[in-house]
Design a protein around this ligand. Structure first.
Ligand SMILES: NC(=O)c1ccc[n+]([C@@H]2O[C@H](COP(=O)([O-])OP(=O)(O)OC[C@H]3O[C@@H](n4cnc5c(N)ncnc54)[C@H](OP(=O)(O)O)[C@@H]3O)[C@@H](O)[C@H]2O)c1
Length: 480
């Protein structure tokens, strides 16, 4: 038998340190040997919860199946692990000390007969691994990371279209994650509102943020899907703090009614994720007479965010996350052409990209205008992720790129980071991909003039109230 013991002290309250470690999937963020860590059983962490952790060992990678054997929240957790080469028992205790928490970590290895004879030789390697892992845990829990900056090397790549587009694929995610810092922020009590949480990126973000303890309000248009998502989140994460709001966000009357309900409930919003979206291959008009891409992708998040500003302000340091698209790189802002008036020459991808480009401009405007209000406003684009939206709107693109696409969780990772990471609150006015600020323009000639930005902001500000939809439609048609 080989026993490793390490003791660290971290500057975090005991319940936060415990919650982070007890969800053993976080080993991927702090254990230098962990290659993959997944929770196998659904529900809140409890005795019997199982995790599968794949570790890099000198003999190659091995899978360790851990089961929570004992749990005394927030002071002690015992995990028993089984693998082909050894059994392991991790006993982790947490005690409040002045200024933080003392964590005592003991790992007891029982090697099988094949490896047993070598265990003495392996002791020093195991000791080193133990020390490095606990140093990683200390770093994760002390949670002092700088905000990422737009970097010059990436800037060179920005001028090379193909490498830039390659980063939209799963390859960009895999490359990015090598440098990422752990997210150990305590999200309990943080109220986050996510639009479009029934599928794709919104759904993946909701699941992950719920797993991390956030209190969610999920906006969906389909009550049946909404009920199923709420039940799924409870089943998978044990998080009971999930509220549902039903709204068709392409209808401004629904946006207004949603905002009114939220305002009258008066619950501060720490994070607003404007994620709902769709690419309409055929020109559609909403029942309010608005072109659907414009309505859903720009007018709706614009109106919702403005209406919810008092609740964002009330949260103290709130974050708005606007989900845009790499597709916006193809378009220059043009207020005149923001809305397609007729089906003639209508292109779904162009209408989509123009609306996303405009939302990026609005994001930057709010970021600077709301600096004094304690609201950080950023945009992100997920790269290319395999979601129902991509499958149905872009079937050819999906068929060609299928194997290179990110999973919804990989596409949603930056949303989760922007909502959860402490250092992300230091950013405002940025466009992010894979947790890194990105260039706003990729193609020559797509940079708008300041006057065009001003025109957009004026147009959006003047946008007709929803009780006069015809005026709104007229304004659209005569924009610019
Ligand atoms: N996937 C990608 O590669 C990619 C790339 C760039 C940008 N994006 C952006 O990422 C966001 C999420 O897209 P996704 O790929 O996850 O698409 P998705 O799987 O189609 O999910 C879109 C979500 O938006 C909701 N939604 C659509 N129209 C709505 C409406 N009128 N009212 C309320 N909710 C509505 C959908 O609800 P229903 O289930 O009821 O339809 C769904 O929950 C979008 O803003 C999209 O533009 C995605």
């Amino acid at each position: 038998m080989t026993i490793l013991r390490e003791v660290i002290t971290v500057k975090r309250p005991v319940d936060e340190a415990f919650a982070y470690v007890a969800d053993f999937t976080t080993t991927i963020e702090w254990d230098a040997t962990a290659l993959k860590a997944v929770k196998v059983t659904p529900g809140a962490i409890a005795v019997g919860t199982r995790f599968l952790v794949t570790c890099a060992m000198p003999v190659g990678s091995i899978d360790i199946e851990y089961t929570v054997a004992e749990l005394e929240i927030p002071n002690r957790i015992v995990l028993s692990g089984k693998s082909k080469l050894f059994d392991i028992e991790d006993t982790i205790t947490f005690a409040t000390v002045s200024g933080g928490t003392k964590i005592n970590y003991q790992a007891e290895f029982k090697f099988g007969p094949l490896v047993g004879s070598l265990s003495g030789m392996m002791q020093s390697g195991l000791d080193k691994m133990g020390r490095e892992s606990l140093a990683g845990l200390k770093k994760a829990l002390n949670n002092r990371f700088p905000a990422p900056k737009y970097d010059g090397a990436a800037n060179v790549a920005d001028r090379l279209i193909i490498p830039k587009l390659a980063r939209f694929t799963r390859h960009g995610y895999t490359r990015g994650r090598k440098h990422w810092n752990p997210i150990s922020a305590d999200l309990r009590g943080k109220h986050m509102l996510i639009t479009g949480a029934s599928t794709g990126l919104g759904h993946a973000s909701a699941l992950e943020l719920a797993r991390r303890g956030a209190e969610l309000t999920l906006v969906m248009r389909n009550p049946i899907k909404a009920k199923a998502v709420k039940a799924e989140i409870l089943r998978e994460t044990g998080n009971e703090n999930v509220a549902i709001e039903i709204a068709d966000l392409s209808l401004l009357a629904h946006v207004d009614a949603l905002a009114e309900r939220l305002l009258s409930a008066g619950r501060p919003i720490d994070v607003l994720v404007n994620n709902a979206g769709a690419l309409y291959n055929e020109r559609l008009e909403t029942s309010e007479g608005l072109e659907a891409s414009f309505a859903l992708l720009l007018a709706s998040p614009y109106r919702l965010t403005l209406a919810l500003k008092p609740l964002l302000q009330a949260a103290g340091r709130a974050r708005v996350i606007n989900v845009v698209s790499g597709g916006m790189y193809s378009q220059k802002l043009s207020v005149k052409n923001l809305v397609s008036d007729t089906s003639d020459g209508y292109s779904g991808s162009v209408a989509y990209a123009k609306a996303k480009r405009a939302l990026m401009v609005v994001t930057r405007h709010w970021a600077s205008a709301w600096r004094g209000d304690g609201i950080a406003v950023n945009a992100m684009h997920p790269g290319w992720a395999d979601t129902p939206g991509v499958q149905t709107s872009l079937p050819l693109f999906h068929a060609i790129t299928r194997f290179a696409l990110r999973s919804p969780a990989e596409g949603a990772d930056t949303i989760v980071w922007m909502a959860a990471a402490t250092e992300a609150s230091k950013l405002s006015g940025q466009l992010l991909l894979d947790r890194e600020p990105q260039t706003l323009y990729l193609l020559r000639g797509t940079q708008e003039a300041p006057a065009e930005r001003k025109k957009l902001l004026q147009f959006m500000e003047d946008f007709a109230p929803v009780d006069a939809p015809n005026d709104a439609a007229q304004k659209q048609a005569h924009a610019g």
